[in-house]
Design a protein around this ligand. Structure first.
Ligand code: NAP
Length: 173
């Protein structure tokens, strides 16, 4: 998701700031179009993100880590910014106090899930067309970085759980 977001958001004209856990992943995020990349294991990512946005913060944060990063992701937003919390790899985030959304700058918070956005057939077709369109234009490159025989599905799961993968992991039947 991170690599797709970098490529597509850059194409749409956004300045993309990525957060990753290692230098190796930082290189991949840069190649995918992130203008700034923060290695979050190397210190306070909120401070670094405020630095690269001249103290303004981001208009939108796509947050998929959950518990470990949710509140800090909220602190990276500018007033009236949007936190799109689309996953929680480190566990469900703590509950949010609605008053805090106001105090931190009239923030918007959403928890989008693909099944709602694709519930109607026409929405599925329109989104699929958008996706294939950017793939055909060469904007989005598929990153199948790992393949496993189906019989080794356990290994594939362990690699994903241990954050050893990048891009897509494909099982070969
Ligand atoms: N809402 C929806 O409809 C929807 C649809 C598809 C996927 N998702 C969610 O989107 C997220 C990304 O999916 P994906 O396919 O891109 O997964 P992925 O390839 O496994 O990437 C997840 C990344 O999150 C980071 N991460 C994992 N655990 C972490 C932790 N405890 N602390 C900090 N960072 C951690 C890792 O990057 P680093 O090692 O660099 O930190 C990892 O590469 C998942 O949470 C998934 O459930 C949501």
């Amino acid at each position: 998701m991170g690599l797709i977001l970098c490529q597509w958001a850059k194409y749409l004209g956004a300045t993309v700031v990525g957060t990753v856990s290692s230098e190796q992943k930082a290189e991949q995020a840069k190649k995918a179009g992130a203008e700034h990349v923060v290695v979050h294991s190397e210190g306070d990512f909120v401070k670094k993100i405020l630095e690269v946005t001249n103290g303004e913060g981001c208009p939108v944060v796509y947050e998929s880590i959950g518990k470990d990063t949710f509140r800090r992701s909220m602190d990276c937003l500018q007033p009236m910014g949007m936190l799109a919390a689309y996953g929680h790899a480190s566990g469900a985030p703590d509950p949010v106090d609605v008053v805090e959304l106001g105090m931190k700058g009239s923030l918007f918070l959403t928890r989008p899930a693909i099944m709602h956005y694709m519930a109607k057939r026409e929405d599925l077709i329109s989104s699929a067309n958008d996706l294939f369109n950017v793939i055909e234009k060469g904007v989005l490159k598929s990153n199948v970085n790992h393949t496993y025989p189906l019989s080794e599905v356990g290994k594939a799961h362990r690699a994903i759980e241990n954050r050893k993968t990048t891009g897509a992991t494909v099982l070969i039947p």
